[in-house]
Design a binder for this molecule. Structure first.
Ligand SMILES: Nc1ncnc2c1ncn2[C@@H]1O[C@H](COP(=O)(O)OP(=O)(O)O)[C@@H](O)[C@H]1O
Ligand SMILES: [Mg+2]
Length: 272
C-alpha cells in the first residue's frame, strides 16, 4: 500500500536548479499544478507517471514511500500505481460505453463476478460529475467533452482504482468541479490536477507553481484563501448558466443580471 510520493527537484529549461525543497505528497492529498502555458506542468506530471530517475529532461526523481520505485511498476501495467488522464482524449475505440467499461473492468478487477457492479458504480460516479447523463449504450466517440472527462475520471478512480490519479487540465470539460473534488476526497488517493481553475486550486491542499520549466514555489492553501472557494464557485456557476443560456439561443433577463450583481457593485456600463 503506497503512502507517499516524493518529488526530488531537478532543473528548469535554463538548467538552473529548482530552488524548492523536496515535495512530499501523502495519501489523501489533493494537489494542483499551476503556471502559464509552456511552463512545464505536463512535463512534471509526466515525470511522476514515468517515475523519473534523473533520466528525463528535467533531472527530477520520484520516490515512492521514500525509495526508488520497484521495477515492476514500470514493467507491468497491472502493477502501475498511477492513472493519467491526459489533455488528449481521442478514442481509438468506438465501443459502446458499456463494453468499454466492462472490458476494462475485466482486465483490472481481481474478481470477475464484480464486473457489472463496477460498471454500474463507475457510470453512477461519472453521472454525478456531468450535467448531461451518460447512457451505457452510447458510443465512446459520441460523448461530449464533459461526458468523456467525467467517464475517464470515474474509470480511473473506480475501475483502475490506482492509488495515484493525475489529471492534465480538466477544466474546460463541463464537469461539476466542486462536486468532483468532494467525491474524489472520499477515495483515499493522491489526486494531482494540472489546472487553470481557481476553484480547483483553492480546494486543493497545496499548489505547485511552475515557471520556465521549473517548480518555483509550493503554496499551502490557508483557511483565508479556502474561504474564497465558495464565492468563486458561485460566481463560476452563475457565469456558466449565462454562457449556457446564450449558447442555447436564449436571452438574458434582469434576473440573471441581479444574480451577478450579488457578487459586487454593478459595472459602470449598466444603465449608461
Ligand atoms: N525542466 C525542463 N527542462 C527542459 N525542458 C522542459 C522542462 N520543463 C518543460 N520543458 C519543455 O518545455 C515545453 C513546455 O512544457 P509543458 O510541460 O508542455 O508545459 P505546460 O504543460 O505547462 O504547457 C515542452 O517542450 C517541455 O519538454
Ligand atoms: Mg500541458
Amino acid at each position: 500500500m503506497i503512502r507517499q510520493i516524493t518529488i526530488i527537484p531537478g532543473h528548469g529549461k535554463s538548467h538552473a536548479p529548482e530552488s524548492v525543497p523536496r515535495i512530499e505528497l501523502n495519501m489523501g492529498d489533493v494537489v494542483s499544478i499551476v503556471g502559464p502555458t509552456g511552463s512545464g506542468k505536463t512535463t512534471l506530471i509526466n515525470d511522476i507517471e514515468l517515475f523519473a530517475n534523473g533520466d528525463t529532461p528535467t533531472g527530477r526523481r520520484i520516490l515512492i514511500d521514500g525509495e526508488a520505485p520497484p521495477n515492476i511498476y514500470r514493467e507491468d501495467p497491472a502493477y502501475h500505481p498511477i492513472a493519467l488522464i491526459t489533455q488528449h482524449t481521442n478514442f481509438l475505440s468506438d465501443l459502446p460505453v458499456k463494453s468499454f467499461l466492462s472490458t476494462h473492468a475485466q482486465i483490472r478487477s481481481a474478481d470477475p463476478q464484480n464486473v457489472d457492479e463496477l460498471v454500474a458504480q463507475t457510470l453512477d460516479f461519472a453521472n454525478q460529475l456531468t450535467g448531461e447523463p451518460i447512457i451505457l449504450s452510447s458510443r465512446m466517440t459520441e460523448l461530449s467533452g464533459g461526458q468523456t472527462r467525467a467517464l475517464l475520471i470515474a474509470d480511473a478512480t473506480i475501475v483502475c482504482n490506482t492509488p495515484i490519479v493525475l489529471l492534465d487540465e480538466v477544466e474546460n470539460a463541463g464537469i461539476h468541479r466542486t462536486r468532483a473534488l468532494e467525491l474524489l476526497r472520499a477515495y483515499k488517493k493522491i489526486f494531482i490536477f494540472v489546472t487553470h481553475d481557481p476553484r480547483i486550486a483553492l480546494l486543493s491542499d497545496f499548489r505547485i507553481v511552475m515557471r520556465h520549466g521549473s517548480i518555483t514555489e509550493v503554496i499551502k492553501t490557508e483557511a483565508a484563501e479556502r474561504a474564497f472557494a465558495v464565492t468563486v464557485s458561485r460566481l463560476d456557476d452563475a457565469l456558466s448558466r449565462l454562457r449556457n443560456t446564450i449558447r442555447l439561443g436564449g436571452r438574458l433577463t434582469q434576473e440573471d443580471m441581479a444574480g451577478l450583481n450579488a457578487f459586487g457593485p454593478a459595472s459602470a456600463e449598466v444603465g449608461a
